[in-house]
Design a protein around this ligand. Structure first.
Ligand code: NAD
Length: 737
């Protein structure tokens, strides 16, 4: 056998070991070459009488992350090309045949007549876990890093290489559905307890145990290939089945709001598949898989949440000519809510941190936040006491600016007050070296204005984190008029070091993310003032695919903050820059009723001690009117909530704030949870088509006001049929030529 992605050897007992070790990659992935080689191994094992069984292991630190998603993207392109050249039917047949190859390969493996075992250490996800599921024995290492799961739903897909059928034949149906709907990763012991794997052993004992089992069970078959096989939750059409399927549909709705075709396909494939013998069931799964792979949702989610995100993480926007930065020591000024979080994520990445505040008590309080966060990790068994000591040892709390000397980067997170910021900039620049980069975490003040207080505006950049810092993956880097390439490169290197995803935006009020999400809040506020029942507004937000409704979100970020931003906008841009209805609502909530949001347990919601939050009944009084729920068009509410954000993203694109659709899309999903099913704000428009989007905006503008008026660039795109990604691809091709 001519293998490059595997090593294959057989011991004196006739048990083969197949070591998966894709050259030049840190992680094994399933590619067409891997599939072809695995097939030749299966043929060889089946044909060689001297081989009694085969154990599959990884030659890397982890087992495998699954299939190469760009391979699946390529399949879609193949379909489009064939459909053009040879017609829909030929294209569809070929697409179906290609998209089920992995499923057929795994079926061949499990029915080749010789038993296979998977010995798994580290992560084993997606298509790789489906490979393990097709082995007659699955052994996991007891290491905390070992995890198995089927996360395909997170990129708009579902397990299409037998996963839906095998998992549903190993576990209770409800558990199997939940696992696939959520894309959960399971640690070794829970996986064993749920019946997904057979044994959990120390890493060094796995292979020997698997070999012993293979020797003892040369005729081993999968349970579903035994004629006496019974489903774990009994037949679909049975009394037990009646307990499962009606609630399963309800759970599906609750978890997905019917926004994810892949989740619906999981439900259908399992429901139909469990009523069929395994080979037919796998074919049913394949049909759904081919259908889902062609959806806009899958294509957009793979693009944004996998491909683009990886590209941005690897520095797609980094000025190439600047050599990599050597980051060692980072200063954080302002140890409040944000500064404390920034200090934690920085120290957690192994960097030294100097955390400065006005007095040592405030600085120590900020450092204590890190103590709390690691202690929480220790309580969950995810960190050790030694990790906490080491992390805290990297943070120096101080009230003396002189301690910032020697920092490679200083980030300020002091009060949102231009005067305070100007003072801090001067104090920091008095002690740092000429090459140190200065980053401001301001959320509302234009960076170019702040940079005027700097002696070295080339070194000045916006580094905008989202709260809570330790959870939110996005960091917006704001390039001001005079920001230099070195500052941008170093800021990107820093974001990479702390394992977050950067987007690079040009300077404007609200930058990118807050402009879009600000519109989401505004639309919720205006609906409320129109008399839409608040519960309907909240439901519309969630049903559109947002993680929370606009009123809940406003409570989380604080209602008084929203009023403060509104007042600042009014003071700087004039009264017509704000909506009087929003002004009235926020002023009444904050100034008349003292409702500041979740932080004082009173906002759009009441937060009773020990009970669930409830919408505050006084909202109706502020609105002054209440529409009959029957007269409210839910579909339109959903449209308004998404269109207003996508349209703002379109404006930022035309203004040159966000220049790359990948950044607009990724930033919108991980920054403010914009309906992930859509692939992000600009994919939302591209998928609808500019012409249809413009038409929708115009209809909404007529009914609800000029804030929905489409911008000029969009109107032009509607005429020419241009798309954001089409234009970006052409631009990239032009640059390459
Ligand atoms: P905060 O009030 O919790 O913390 C500010 C800290 O700065 C306080 O500890 C204060 O003592 C300290 N400080 C004030 N003046 C100082 C000085 N001269 N020298 C040293 N320290 C000083 O505020 P926050 O919510 O952490 O916000 C900080 C910055 O981050 C603001 O610019 C804000 O706009 C921005 N931001 C906030 C959020 C958010 O969700 N809160 C999100 C993104 C960005």
């Amino acid at each position: 056998m001519n293998l490059t992605n595997f090593r294959f050897e057989t011991d004196s007992d006739g048990i083969a070991t197949l070591t998966w070790d894709v050259p030049g990659r840190s992680m094994n992935v399933i590619t067409p070459e891997v599939m072809a080689e695995l097939e030749s191994v299966v043929d060889a094992v089946a044909a060689d009488a001297a081989i009694k069984g085969c154990v599959i292991v990884s030659g890397k630190e982890s087992f495998s992350g699954g299939a190469d998603l760009t391979m699946l993207q390529g399949l879609r392109d193949l379909y489009v090309g064939l459909a053009k050249e040879q017609g829909e039917q030929v294209a569809m047949q070929r697409f179906f045949d290609e998209s089920r190859k992995l499923s057929q390969l795994y079926r061949k493996l499990e029915t080749c007549g010789k038993p296979f075992a998977a010995a798994v250490h580290g992560v084993c996800l997606g298509g790789a876990f489906e490979l393990a599921l097709s082995c007659q024995l699955r052994v996991l290492s007891d290491d905390p890093a070992t995890r198995v799961g089927l996360p395909e739903i997170k990129v708009g897909l579902f397990p299409g290489a037998g996963g839906t059928q095998r998992v549903a034949r190993l576990m209770q149906t409800g558990d199997a559905l939940q696992m696939m709907f959520k894309g959960e990763q399971l640690k070794a012991l829970p996986a064993r307890n749920m019946g997904l794997v057979h044994a959990v052993l120390p890493r060094e004992q796995m292979v020997a145990a698997a070999k012993e089992w293979l020797l003892a069970n040369p005729q081993a078959k999968q349970p579903w290939d035994d004629p006496k096989f019974k489903l774990p939750s009994n037949k679909v059409h049975s009394a037990a089945g009646m307990q499962i399927w009606p609630p399963a549909s309800a759970i599906y709705r609750r978890e997905t709001n019917d926004n994810y075709p892949a989740a619906r396909a999981i439900l259908s494939a399992v429901y139909e598949g469990l009523q069929l013998p395994i080979d037919l069931a796998l074919k049913v799964e394949s049909r759904y898989f081919a259908k889902i792979l062609r959806t806009k949702e899958a294509a957009s989610m793979i693009r944004s949440l996998f491909v683009s995100m990886q590209e941005l993480n690897k520095g797609a926007r980094r000025p190439a000519e600047v050599p990599p930065s050597k980051l060692r020591k980072i200063g954080v000024v302002g140890a409040g809510f944000m500064g404390a979080g920034i200090a934690y994520v920085t120290a957690n990445a192994g960097l030294e941190v100097v955390l400065v505040d006005r007095d040592i008590e405030a600085a120590e309080k900020g450092k204590a936040h890190s103590h709390k966060l690691v202690s929480d990790q220790i309580a969950k068994g995810r960190a050790k006491t030694a990790d906490r000591d080491a992390l805290l040892g990297r943070i120096t709390a101080s009230a003396d600016y002189a301690d910032l000397k020697g920092c490679d980067l200083v980030i300020e997170a002091v009060f949102e007050d231009p005067k305070v910021k100007a003072e801090v900039i001067a104090k920091v620049e008095a002690v740092i070296g000429p090459k140190t980069i200065f980053g401001s975490n301001t959320s509302t003040l234009p960076i170019t204005g702040l940079a005027q207080h700097s002696q070295r505006p080339k070194n000045f950049i916006g580094i905008h984190f989202f709260s809570p810092v330790e959870k939110m993956l996005l960091v917006e880097l704001i390039v001001a008029k005079k920001t230099g390439d070195k500052a941008l490169a170093l800021a990107l290197d820093y974001v990479r070091a702390i394992r977050k995803t950067p987007i690079v935006v040009n300077d404007t009020r609200g930058f990118y993310a807050n402009r879009c999400v600000g519109n989401y809040l505004l639309e919720g506020h205006l609906m409320l003032m129109e008399g839409v029942p608040p519960a309907m507004i909240e439901a519309a937000g969630r049903q559109a695919g947002m993680p929370v409704g606009p009123l809940s979100l406003n409570d989380e970020v604080a209602v008084d903050l929203a009023l403060k931003i509104l007042k600042a906008t009014k003071a700087q841009l004039g009264p017509e820059a704000v909506d009087p209805q929003q002004d009235k609502l926020l002023t009444a909530l904050v100034e008349t009723h003292g409702r500041l949001g979740r932080k004082n347990r009173k906002g759009f919601y009441d937060y009773p001690e020990g009970g669930p939050k409830r919408l505050w009944p006084g909202l109706a009084e502020i609105a002054g009117k209440r529409l009959d729920p029957e007269s409210v068009d839910m579909a339109e509410l959903k449209q308004r909530l998404l269109v207003t954000q996508a349209l703002e993203a379109a404006r930022t694109n035309e203004e040159g704030v966000v220049t790359d659709p990948r950044e607009a899309d990724v930033g919108s999903i991980i920054g403010f949870g914009f309906a992930p099913w859509s692939g992000g704000t600009l994919s939302f428009i591209d998928n609808m088509g500019a012409a249809a989007f413009v038409k929708l905006c115009e209809t909404l503008a007529k009914k609800h006001g000029p804030r929905f008026k489409p911008n000029r660039q969009l109107k032009r795109m509607a005429k020419t049929g241009e798309s954001y990604y089409g234009a970006a691809a052409r631009k990239a091709a032009g640059e390459a030529a």
